[in-house]
Design a protein. Structure first.
Length: 219
């Protein structure tokens, strides 16, 4: 009986640690195998616990990541004036157009890499990422400004957790495209990618003239 109480206490402590860790961000198997193993063991209890908080556990054992997101039912309650309003524990992060575009391009690149049957890790240099985006941006005579803008977008995506900086010794900056991106930009979204690019190009055309005028003034 004493051993059972000790196991229950340890289980409760593990549940608390896992829940707090998930509320702070993503759990990756490769970053902390011990925490990942604990999550797999207590997965059912974690799911039940976060459900009480209006959250849903997303766990991909094959890809090795887990995170929590707001449940659709909780979002519906937010818009229903008659229902209890739950405080949002996972904040929504509005993304700028350039960041959304880069995320879409990285997701497409990840799909192409998977289809090619190569390494499961996709690593791109900064120059490769710049070239991915360049074709969708207005022509610019200021190369340094263009690269600075894309660097800002890369930094934002690193902050969001979809890119990870690689440690390089003397080589160009490189980034791993984290596979959790697949959970946020799904296969159906990719099927509509070409149609979305039409909208992107319309947006670019609409902003190209003001941007060009601004460059002309700066020069």
């Amino acid at each position: 009986m004493k051993e059972e109480r000790q196991e229950a206490t340890l289980g409760d402590a593990g549940l608390s640690i896992l829940s707090i860790t998930l509320l702070k961000g993503v759990i990756y198997r490769e970053d902390d195998e011990r925490t990942w193993a604990a999550l797999l063991e207590l997965q059912a209890r974690v799911r039940d616990y976060v459900t009480i908080l209006g959250l849903e556990l997303v766990l991909d054992e094959a890809e090795g990541y887990a995170f929590v997101k707001s449940r659709p039912e909780a979002d519906k309650n937010d818009s229903d004036n008659d229902a209890p309003r739950l405080p949002r524990l996972v904040a929504r992060r509005p993304l700028s157009f350039p960041v959304s575009l880069l995320l879409a391009l990285l997701r497409k690149k990840l799909a192409e890499s998977d289809a090619g049957g190569g390494d499961t890790r996709l690593v791109l240099t900064r120059e490769e990422i710049v070239e991915l985006v360049r074709v969708f941006l207005p022509d610019s005579s200021n190369e340094a400004r263009l690269v600075d803008q894309i660097d800002t977008q890369i930094n934002k995506i690193v902050e969001l957790g979809f890119l990870r900086r690689m440690k390089t010794t003397g080589g160009p900056p490189a980034f791993e495209v984290r596979r959790i991106l697949k959970a946020f930009v799904d296969a159906q979204w990719l099927l509509d990618f070409d149609a979305r690019l039409v909208g992107y190009r319309t947006h670019i055309d609409a902003t190209a003239t003001p941007a060009a005028n601004a460059e002309a003034r700066d020069e």
